[in-house]
Design a protein. Sequence first.
Length: 488
Amino acid sequence: MISKEEQIKNSFLYLFPAIIGTLIPFLTLPVFTRILTKEDYGVFALCQFYAAFVNGIANFCLTYGFERNFFEHKEVKNVAGLLYSTLAFVIIASTILGFLTYTFRQQLSHLIIGSSEFGSLLFWTYCSLGITGLKNYYLIFYKNSENAKPFVLYTIVESIMAALISLFMVAYLRIGVIGLIWGQLWAGLIIFSILSFQFVRMLPVSIEREALWDSLKISSPLTPRIFFGVLGNQFDKYLIGLLGTVGGVGIYNIGQRVAYIVFYYMTAIQNVFSPQVYRRMFDLGEEGKASIGRYLTPFLYTSILIGLLISLFSEELTAVLTPESYHDAIDIIIIFSMLYGSYFFSKQPQLIYMKKTYISSIINIFNIGINVAINIPFILRWGAIGAAWGTLLSGLISGSILFFISQHFYHIKWEYGKVLSIFIIFFGSSIAMIVMRNFGISYEIRAIFKTVSLALYLYLGIVFNILSKKNYLLIRSIMITTKNGAHL
């Protein structure tokens, strides 16, 4: 296992893409929301719903099998065979489904969006997410190798490139919402091509059918999870469009995109703790269960800290990023911040490690059922904000079930007292913000409440010895050596 210093250094490296991903909306969203309408963002969100759904099927959840089996195929030759076999399989599946999408694009557009005129947008969105899915296998290789620098470099370059191309197409060429898709597509294609060239030079191409088959045995039971998981996570947008308006989908999508900073940041942190969690599972046996629980508490605290910041200051973020016509998204941002914060537990690979992946699919089938059952009356009664509350409620129910089942098969000894304290402040502050806004409490009082909530959470970090002088000096030392180029 790598040292604590190296893990902290990797944490900073993995946070760079999250920081860039946070800054980009501050630079681009104020431009896009003043050119593109709520309806444009609604169409964009519905196209992404379809693209995520079909690309999830094309990938057969092989990212999970590849990530897990990477640690079993330790020899370079075997890892290379696993990587290229996985890529070849996904490319073939994606091509077949891409051909079907192109052939029936108008019919699909009419079914999903309500108009056949968005067929091309639907197809290019599928292509864009497909390239991103392929590129992720290379990035997983870097992550599992605990080689953070190339992972971070390629992620940042792609984010900046996509933003610049999209800005050029939307703001200068004025080609509409398809500029967002083409920006992502071209950036992803360029990075995927560069990575492919680098890996072919680094790892000679080889096909290992047995390695692919082993991954498929782990991943294929998860395919229904993607099938129903995408429906569960994205079906709310479809229901808003069906039961409400495409403009409502746009407001909902903007709120979700801003709150997604929480999920994006948490995923960056996951890139640090995930390899360590796997190593403790494989190497420490029973001792690893207690070790993992203690190890994850600081990551949970720092992940929720970002969720708390986004939740508390959602109205300020919305005022900076969007014109007034989008400000109905404020409460949606708070609600999704709570939802994404709760996802920390679902990011733990207990069921994958125990090869019980079919259980995740069963839970996702349950999740889509409860999501639809809750969302239909909520959307009919309260529109987009009702969909947000319904999605949070169904997510917490299915997430709790997944947590208890995962614990049954691989019992991580969480520090429950600390976990509970973290979520009491997070959820309590978030709900209080919604209540105060809806009851017309003055902004001055809300600002004081935000300050007190944040101070209380920081004090909690001091009590838990996460925000400590020792950790501060360690981080300071790492930052100085990094700045001087001693280790990077």
